[in-house]
Write a protein that binds this ligand. Sequence first.
Ligand code: AMP
Ligand code: TRP
Length: 338
Amino acid sequence: MTQTTFTPRVFSGIKPSGGLTLGNYLGAIKRFVGMQGQMETIYCVVDMHAITVWQDPKELANMTREVAAGYLAAGLDPAQSILFNQSQVPAHAELAWIFNCVARVGWMNRMTQFKDKAGSNAEKVSLGLYAYPALMAADILLYHATHVPVGEDQKQHVELTRDIAAKFNHDFAADFFPLTTPVIEGPAMRIMNLRDGTKKMSKSGVSDMERINMTDDATTIAKKFKKAKTDPEPMPETIDGLATRPEARNLVEIYAALNDMTAEAVIAEYAGAGWGRFKPALADLAVEKLSPISLEMARLMDDPAEIDRILGQGAQKARGIAEPILRQTYDIVGLLRS
Ligand code: AMP
Ligand code: TRP
């Protein structure tokens, strides 16, 4: 079946399951802001995804505000983009149920994020954690989004979203959902843990020294980069010299992404330099780029009512797009509306 042409529309989301990291900023938020103005953009704080693992109810609303503050402080403009939290648009959960009935158990069993998160504890994790990718497909397809900027770790989930859209369109003989394109490009698609270059930097890693938090102050940022694991070799002459040096490559990629340059250009500038020269330069650059954002986040967090107002207004706009698409979906499936 040839696909209808859908209006270009961006959707992406971040879970309020802990403080934002440099990985979230470079792999997601900075790129979300960059897509603003190029096409219609819809950005979400996915609180219903967060509760697939335990979240303290006393903290969750504040974490939701903090992620929203991170988006806004990094340059997201509520006049240009829709910004809201997922649970204020019930259509996400409603469409997710339909997708639970479209997706196959065999597909879900192949999801590497579920396998990583469940580990040897697969019998005890929530049913929601298993169904998580179907809710993510609903987030995206509820807006007929065509482009989804994400970090490398989410590629498989966006591919599953395409599979769900294709199976729905086929089963119901309806050319209704777009086949969404994951947008994974640039030097920062997978920012690694500062203590182990083979693991992703994440909100939930055990040691705080593994990650840069968006709220870290200048001294903490400098200390974390200084203590970041490296190797005894100086900076190579060419990018190929980083192939078997994951920690070194990670620091080069962070520098490149923060400074809007390629990793090749960073190597050209620092070829032969030791870590004693590169790490302080990286720390200075990180402080220069991140501290205006963390200051603005703190300022926004002083006025939670204003954040709530922005999210409420965004949710209203989001419902305006989502509800007609959900109603059409119900009609296609044959669910009676009277
Ligand atoms: P999460 O924090 O899991 O909700 O992720 C939100 C977004 O940030 C997703 O698009 C992720 O792919 C992206 N992201 C999270 N951690 C990293 C990382 N270490 N490197 C690059 N992107 C990341
Ligand atoms: N699963 C994504 C993550 O862990 C978050 C997310 C939920 C998302 N819904 C989405 C990302 C829709 C892009 C589009 O990071």
